[in-house]
Design a protein around this ligand. Structure first.
Ligand code: IVH
Length: 677
């Protein structure tokens, strides 16, 4: 018999199915949290799979009921085209490192000096060895996820991050979560998942990942979320970024609140009353770190109260209220198989040891820097020797001492010619380094370009070492300026270069034109000038023109600039070749974004909260403008707030200001106050 469906029944059915789907979703979500966040599963894998399959089947029959927060939506079907950029609402800073208890005490001295008579406490937590991620939740739903990138802008890795089951797609108690909640934390690969992955790769004849951090980073940068999903990544939250209303007034409590919202928070986060307790905890963790099922490379120490964090503030790169303690380097024994000589960006020749591969602190080490020929002599290292190596800051392997000399080995001869261009070499003024004397040495040019494009400088991601080698070897690039004249048709003629890659390279180069001034100064490769000094110079002079005009006396007036540095800067800018190069770069459209010079103290003593969208500033530039005029920014409104600068679409902060009777001004008034944009 043919049955005509009764529309009333159909409605009932649909309603029931929708209900069942909702039930299954929240049940699966709860079990994900029990398993991945609370480490206390209540059902077997099989029971979990049954729930999941039932949901999948119902959603297949009723696609109209599929929502983005459904656990079935974690892995998108299709690979993505590439990663878009996401600009962080609040910059993602890095942390300064310490390596011993004296340095921790120095940090504490700085804190106590800045906080004057205030009582303070620390929070101490494991430093997870993975990569930093920012998760944006809106009304309790995960809407995007970004990597740290250069701190200002990162890659949109939402599709891949959604595959990480420890990261909730929907917060618990979502109705009570802040409307906007940015959660920051570390994506990592547990030790077991790492070992399994490398075993699989070895079987497949694929190159192994050196450590869990690289494996995690590599897995998040895949274009196919299905592969990421198989990588078993996990996550710990360790901070909040932009929030529409703060979860608490201190870090420790914020972590507890994040936990309540269903986010994984490390269970080893503890308060410490003073630096002695911090030191004790750090030393204890160095001993027991191997008991954890994820890799940690140190401890992170934070001032607990947010108002005290605000008083301490941050430099451009790292907060002053936070420090990391890095565990001492582990050592290993191996044999020197041969010694190469590398040419650096300023022509310095560095001996590098090729070693019998050995495992050290989670990676297989094959090479180690010997720093310079004096060091080589001091260590008396010869080919064939048994040596002890360790990793400086757990990253750069170095030879510490010879444990057994083979006796038959020949002493290594200091080269008389550049190994790359064969030009004569010379000991430099310091008497330590040996340099290639050829200003046009190809090896130097390659290193300079590599540094120029590097993450801490112009950050041209698409311009990797292999490409730089090709560009230099084919004669297409002879200076930094040539990068900005590269053409699509020339690029696609290079080996293994598709249209898409060529486009990416050109886009990367184009985007680098408007990097902040400090990055540009750093990228020039002026001897002795790294990122931190470049920042000091950019802050002090505000523009390239002003910096170029500065003489040694002027430079020496600046805090943190010593004579060697002043000389280095003056020497660089008095060389006509360098000036020509800079002018050429400017002509080609490179336009470093100047940081305004500290022009006034009109905002001295004022704490300002910025909210909403401004027309003439982004987050970073408004903060800079406030700082440059002597003021301070804060992220939350309190009675102590001097005024709130409100742009369009200002939300809860504006409400709070009105509630507390804090003065509110608009962008026009602000610009009038400071006199310029
Ligand atoms: S706090 C502004 N806490 O270490 C400070 N970072 O070396 C924000 N990291 O970029 C970071 N565990 O990716 C913090 N418990 C922890 C951490 C942690 C690992 C990473 C983080 C940061 C890097 C700095």
């Amino acid at each position: 018999m043919h049955n005509t469906p009764n529309p009333f029944n159909l409605f009932m059915m649909a309603n029931d199915i929708k209900k069942r789907i909702e039930q299954l979703k929240s049940e699966i979500c709860r079990h994900d949290s029990l398993y991945y966040v609370q480490n206390a599963p209540q059902i077997s894998d099989r029971q979990y799979d049954e729930l999941f399959n039932e949901l999948k089947q119902l959603e297949k029959e009723h696609p109209e009921f599929v929502t983005p927060d459904s656990p079935t939506q974690r892995v998108s079907e299709k690979p993505i085209d590439g990663f878009k950029n996401i600009t962080h609402a609040v910059p993602m800073l890095s942390i300064d490192n310490t390596y011993n208890s004296d340095e921790l005490k120095e940090f504490d001295d700085r804190v106590s000096k800045a906080l004057e008579t205030l009582q303070y406490e620390y929070v101490i937590e494991p430093k997870i060895d993975g990569l930093a991620i920012s998760l944006s939740y809106e009304n309790g739903l995960l809407v995007s996820a970004a990597t740290r990138g250069d701190g200002t802008t990162g890659d949109d890795v939402t599709a891949n991050v959604k595959t990480i089951k420890a990261i909730p797609l929907k917060l618990m108690d979502a109705e009570n979560a802040p409307e906007i909640l940015e959660v920051r934390g570390e994506v990592y690969m547990p030790k077991k998942a790492f070992a399994d992955l490398n075993r699989l790769r070895a079987d497949a004849g694929e190159p192994l990942f050196a450590n869990p951090r690289n494996a995690a980073a590599g897995s998040l940068k895949l274009l196919d979320p299905k592969i990421t999903a198989a990588r078993k990544l996990s996550f710990f939250a360790y901070a909040t970024g932009r929030v529409s209303s703060p979860l608490a007034d201190n870090h420790f409590q914020t972590m507890q609140e994040l936990k309540k919202l269903g986010l994984p928070v490390n269970s080893n986060i503890k308060k410490a009353r003073n630096i002695d307790e911090v030191i004790k905890t750090c030393l204890a963790w160095d001993k027991k770190k191997t008991s954890l099922d994820y890799q940690i490379d140190g401890m992170v120490i934070k001032i607990n109260r947010f108002d005290q964090q605000d008083i301490l503030g941050a430099t451009g790169r790292a907060p002053r209220w936070c420090i990391s303690y890095k565990f001492p380097a582990e050592q290993a024994q191996t044999v020197i198989e041969s010694i190469d000589v590398q040419v650096g960006k300023t022509g310095i020749l560095t001996p590098v040891a090729n070693l019998t591969p050995v495992k050290l602190a989670g990676t297989v080490v094959k090479r180690a820097s010997l720093h310079n020929f004096d060091e080589l002599k001091r260590l008396n290292v010869k080919v064939g020797d048994k040596v002890i190596i360790e990793k400086a800051g757990e990253i750069i392997p170095q030879v510490v001492k010879v444990v057994e000399s083979t006796g038959s080995a020949q002493e290594f001869k200091v080269p008389k010619k550049c190994p790359e261009c064969k030009a004569p070499v010379k000991k430099d003024d310091s008497g330590v380094y040996i340099r290639c004397t050829n200003k046009d040495c190809i090896a130097q040019l390659k290193e300079k370009l590599r540094y120029f494009a590097g993450k801490g400088q112009m950050n041209i991601d698409s311009l990797g070492p292999a490409l730089i080698n090709q560009l230099v070897d084919t004669g297409s690039v002879k200076s930094f300026a040539d990068l900005y004249t590269l053409q699509f048709h020339a690029l696609v003629q290079l080996e293994r270069m598709g249209d898409k890659s060529a486009e990416n390279i050109l886009t990367g180069i184009e985007q680098s034109k408007t990097r902040p001034l400090w990055r540009f100064i750093a990228a020039l490769g002026i001897p002795n000038i790294g990122g931190q000094l470049a920042e000091i110079l950019a802050d002090e002079f505000g523009s390239l023109e002003e910096l170029m005009k500065a003489n040694a006396d002027r430079l020496l007036q600046i805090d943190g600039i010593a004579e060697t540095i002043a000389k280095s800067v003056c020497d660089y800018f008095s060389d006509k070749k360098n000036i020509d190069l800079i002018n050429e770069l400017l002509k080609l459209g490179v336009k470093p974004v100047s940081s305004a010079k500290k022009t006034s103290s009109i905002l001295a003593g004022k704490t300002i909260v910025v909210t909403g969208t401004l027309e003439n500033f982004n987050r970073q530039s408004i903060e800079r403008a406030i700082k440059d005029n002597g003021g301070k920014t804060s992220s939350s409104v309190s009675k102590k707030t001097s005024f709130v600068l409100a742009g369009s679409n200002a939300g809860s902060k504006l409400d709070k200001a009105n509630q507390l009777g804090v003065e509110v001004i608009d962008e026009k008034q602000f610009i009038k106050m400071i006199g310029s944009v």
